[in-house]
Ligand binder design. Sequence first.
Ligand code: KG4
Ligand code: ZN
Length: 339
Amino acid sequence: MGTVILGIESSCDDTSAAIVQDRLILSNVIAGQQVHIKYGGVVPELASRAHQQNIVPVVDQALNEAGISKSDIDAVAFTRGPGLLGSLLVGTSFTKGFTAALGIPMIEVNHLQAHILVHFIQSDQPLDNSPRFPFLCLLVSGGHTQLVVVKDHYRMEIIGKTIDDAAGEAFDKCAKLLGLPYPGGPHVDRLAASGNAQKFTFNKPRIKGFDFSFSGLKTSFLYFLRDQLKTNPDFIEQNKADLAASLQRTIVDILMGNLIRAANETGIRHIALAGGVSANSGLRSALKAEATQQGWDVYIPPLVYSTDNAAMIAINGYYKFLKGDFASEDIAPLARMYF
Ligand code: KG4
Ligand code: ZN
């Protein structure tokens, strides 16, 4: 029946389990955590407790939906890092117990590499063809913003990264200033659709190389709002859509600016997006428009595979399984993890 991998994702506030049969996704169950909403951000201790409650039912559901029994599973792939240590610990410990009981190997996965390999999933979602190597991936998540040259399924080189906030953090922190719920990125996206993106201008960083910076934008946004609110206490309410659209345009411009330079300097014409912020409609359309101008082949994940999911962990596990790259049973999760 091919190689069957169970993938487990628990790095932040989504508990997810997925089954792949070779590259085909048979199930991908995601349990979000509503408990953080009232705090305006993820509370690590509450996240790990919710993972503990969710993990068994989520895995059960993934097996049921896939029509797979435990004895069909060849290996379990889990997110080792980066992420919240307490959250990672739940997925890691579950994997250790589950694989020990079944006598099958476990496979450690880097969450960021998994976001990138999402492009190799086969599913009933309308996915573009898988990218050809080498391709350039703009990886934009809540905690990371990177430009990665992907040489093959195993070898990836980071050529640019954020020196402070990630793009997702810029969306979320500025959204909070607008009074929007956490995570703010999707709310900004929704509001931006009816706003004027040229109405307001915010600072863009000037940084050498392909690195990113978003903390200046956040400060510029904060000071701008503070000044406007002094003379008009209703400024945010009256301009919410235009503020969201202008903010989104600025973030997308910063991301696209570096991406275009990196594509030109590396000569790579196959360009992929990955990570939660790749769900952003402004970024998706900016990339498509640029692709037409530059003659790029672009790869944009379907929404369900943009944000955190275990399908990407399982597909990464599949490629490591092919190489026999298994983890030892004393493996520990890592809050920071590099590749
Ligand atoms: O990859 P992800 O699900 O989790 C991490 O690995 O961090 O990314 C989450 C981030 C959050 O910052 C969230 O606001 C952002 O992705 N995000 C968006 C959109 N959907 C999710 N940002 C902008 N527009 C969206 N539509
Ligand atoms: Zn992620």
